[in-house]
Design a protein around this ligand. Sequence first.
Ligand code: DGI
Ligand code: FE
Ligand code: FE
Ligand code: FE
Length: 188
Amino acid sequence: TDTRDQLLAKIEAHLRPARFAHVQRVEQTAIALAKQYGADIEKASIAGLVHDYAKQRPDSDFLQAITDYKLDPDLANWNNAIWHGVIGPEFIKRELGIYDEEILDAVRYHTTGNPYMTTLAKIIYMADYIEPARDFDGVEEARELTARDLDLGVAYQTWHTLTYLISENKAIYPKTIETYNAWVPNSG
Ligand code: DGI
Ligand code: FE
Ligand code: FE
Ligand code: FE
């Protein structure tokens, strides 16, 4: 197992400077949320640092991983936005030696969410969305809701992301729809 410095060096080697700075801000935001909501601080730190580990790999690496590790063949129809979260754990396991399934699930669900998320997964989903350099209409409300109630933040992000993707005529990954159905609709 790596020391923190070894882990940071490996992550830095795979990310451009702006992306490396982002994952360190997500780490700090995740640690603060873990303290507030009683999650494991060490796991929040590691998950924050590794969540975008695979973000800057070539498409060919993901397509190769789908074949080599016998992943769902439908994944080949998607793109980096989906792959870096869903397939990222394959690289994180093999290259960083991190096998904690709660950390790996937090990475898996950080882009699309999931109907069921542990507190750690909710924290990474929200920390990625509200880290201090994020600047979009609604980010202040997202920060306030997340500070008041983590689940309110998750529902807010889930609604906004789906609404944004539809307004941009983007394809919706099935997991994104599942997350929406679990977190957003009113009863009845
Ligand atoms: O990696 P980050 O930029 O820090 O953030 P992210 O992993 O949360 O989001 C990456 C991108 O993924 C973002 O531009 C929104 C997009 N995305 C999320 N859900 C879906 C999606 N794109 C498509 N096409 N379909 C989705 O369901
Ligand atoms: Fe990401
Ligand atoms: Fe995100
Ligand atoms: Fe991110």
